[in-house]
Design a protein around this ligand. Structure first.
Ligand SMILES: NC(=O)c1ccc[n+]([C@@H]2O[C@H](COP(=O)([O-])OP(=O)(O)OC[C@H]3O[C@@H](n4cnc5c(N)ncnc54)[C@H](O)[C@@H]3O)[C@@H](O)[C@H]2O)c1
Length: 436
């Protein structure tokens, strides 16, 4: 199968490389010429475990190519994926479909022979209809079908998720498109990954409903954590106690500083907007977004209370800046509003992240970036774990104590056990487990 992948970000690059690994001939297209040039040199623009090796292997085998020439890539393809960004539109929070519509117009001009155009970007219900309208308007005689195939991969585990998905959702009612989609995903059929065929609008809504549900689960346990602190209960035990119930499930029940990232924040808001436009408001999702927004600054108050309520002039060391471990993605990372709130309270912030410092420099101001957890802790009155990278799971407390101004640990990911930290002579604050 000949595949063109439009957009070479997290989703496009991972999907393109994985399809090539399945044996398809893939051309990844990006309008960012510098990105394409770097990829051609074998440089991977993002940090994603295993991706450099996967790209190198498939490029070497000539199953994976990179180009800025969209027309050339689409002309020969049987399947064209749209994997461009769909950020929040400034001002109203709707999904900004500028890139999707632009890609649809460019694809239309280059189509030749029956081609399946597949939206992999996360797009509001009805976008497939609009992509179809744009292509039909630009090229009335073209033979094509527009399919929705939302992507569920997680950054940091993207390759595994793509190759072993919980399910593949394909929205189409076109028989020829169904055959092509089946051929594309055949290697996964063999792995017994369930493929769900449905209509296009339903597929589009599945993606948003999935993300909104996961965001709700996180926010639910975060609010239970706040209550647990007030009533003297342990949220970790509550999460375990409810998560063992198969109807609930244990995943996404880790209390923390609130969700962030390139998907949940924008997708929950976009879903709320779609629902409001259709006079079917999603009150639960609205409450999730509001609670999550307030939570990130509230975490700064937790740091302040660990230091007796006064941060002015104090140095705070922040460990972990990216929105989650194993990525360098800073989009909507909880660390951003948290650090701003610490600075607003008069604190000086030092920060360290294993992979995200370069991206963080672009979005954080007034922060001293450091080369390790220990240099970050120097002179700090509190050490705050914001993102739970593996290397923060076994910190050398004795060493930290020698460099810090005060031995105070604020663990926003509940990485440590309170007794363990206390044994090292540290004051400890975590989420939903009270003070020791
Ligand atoms: N990042 C994730 O974990 C994830 C997971 C599931 C779904 N999604 C969805 O997938 C989509 C892409 O997300 P991403 O994180 O990969 O985005 P991204 O911003 O990392 O990458 C998008 C790429 O598309 C390119 N592009 C834009 N318009 C183009 C055009 N007309 N022609 C060629 N290239 C073009 C950009 O230059 C950019 O490199 C979004 O809709 C997102 O919501 C993302």
């Amino acid at each position: 199968m000949r595949v063109a992948m439009i957009g070479t970000g997290y989703v496009g690059l991972v999907s393109g490389a994985c399809f090539a690994d399945f044996g398809h001939a893939v051309i990844c297209v990006d309008k960012d010429a510098a990105k394409v040039a770097a990829l051609k040199r074998g440089e991977i623009p993002i940090h994603e475990p295993g991706l450099d090796e996967l790209v190198a292997r498939n490029a070497q085998a000539e199953r994976l190519q990179f180009t800025a020439d969209l027309g050339g890539a689409v002309k020969d393809a049987e399947a064209v994926f749209i994997a461009v960004g769909t950020p929040s539109r400034r001002g109203d929070g709707h999904a900004d479909l500028t890139f999707v519509h632009e890609a649809a117009r460019e694809i239309a001009r280059a189509l030749s022979g029956f081609t399946v155009v597949i939206t992999k970007s996360t797009v509001p219900v009805g976008t497939g209809d609009e992509v179809e309208r744009i292509i039909r308007e630009t090229r009335p005689e073209a033979e094509f079908a527009v399919v929705s195939n939302p992507e569920f991969l997680r950054e940091g585990a993207a390759i595994r998720d793509f190759k072993h998905p919980d399910r593949i959702v394909v929205g189409t009612e076109d028989e020829r498109a169904r055959e092509i989609m089946t051929a594309l995903y055949r290697p996964l059929y063999l792995n017994r990954s369930p493929v769900m065929f449905t209509d296009r609008r339903t597929a589009e809504l599945i993606k948003y409903a999935a993300n909104a549900f996961l965001a709700t689960k996180i926010t639910f346990i975060n609010e239970i954590a706040d209550l647990a602190e007030k009533v003297g209960a342990d949220v970790q035990e509550v999460a375990r106690g409810i998560g063992l119930d198969n109807r609930i499930g244990a995943k996404f029940l880790h209390a923390g500083p609130g969700f962030g990232g390139s998907c949940f924040p924008k997708d929950t808001v976009a879903l709320i907007k779609t629902a409001q436009d259709h006079a079917a408001p999603l009150r639960i999702v609205e409450a999730v977004v509001a609670a999550n927004d307030q939570r990130k600054r509230a975490m700064a108050r937790k740091v302040s209370s660990a230091l007796g309520g006064e941060l002015r002039g104090k140095t705070i060391a922040v460990l972990g800046l990216t929105f989650k471990p194993n990525t360098d993605d800073m989009r909507e990372a909880p660390s951003i509003p948290l650090i701003a709130a610490l600075q607003d309270m008069g604190a000086k912030v030092r920060a360290y992240d294993p992979e995200g410092i370069e991206q963080a420099r672009a979005v954080l101001t007034g922060v001293t970036f450091c080369g390790s957890a220990y240099s970050c802790a120097e002179g700090a009155s509190a050490l705050v774990i914001v993102t739970e990278w593996e290397q923060f799971r076994a910190l050398d407390f004795a060493r930290l104590k020698t460099v810090m101004a005060r031995p105070v640990l604020v663990d926003l990911r509940n990485v440590y056990q309170p007794e363990e930290v206390a044994r090292h002579g540290f004051a400890y604050e975590s989420v939903g487990r009270g003070k020791t």
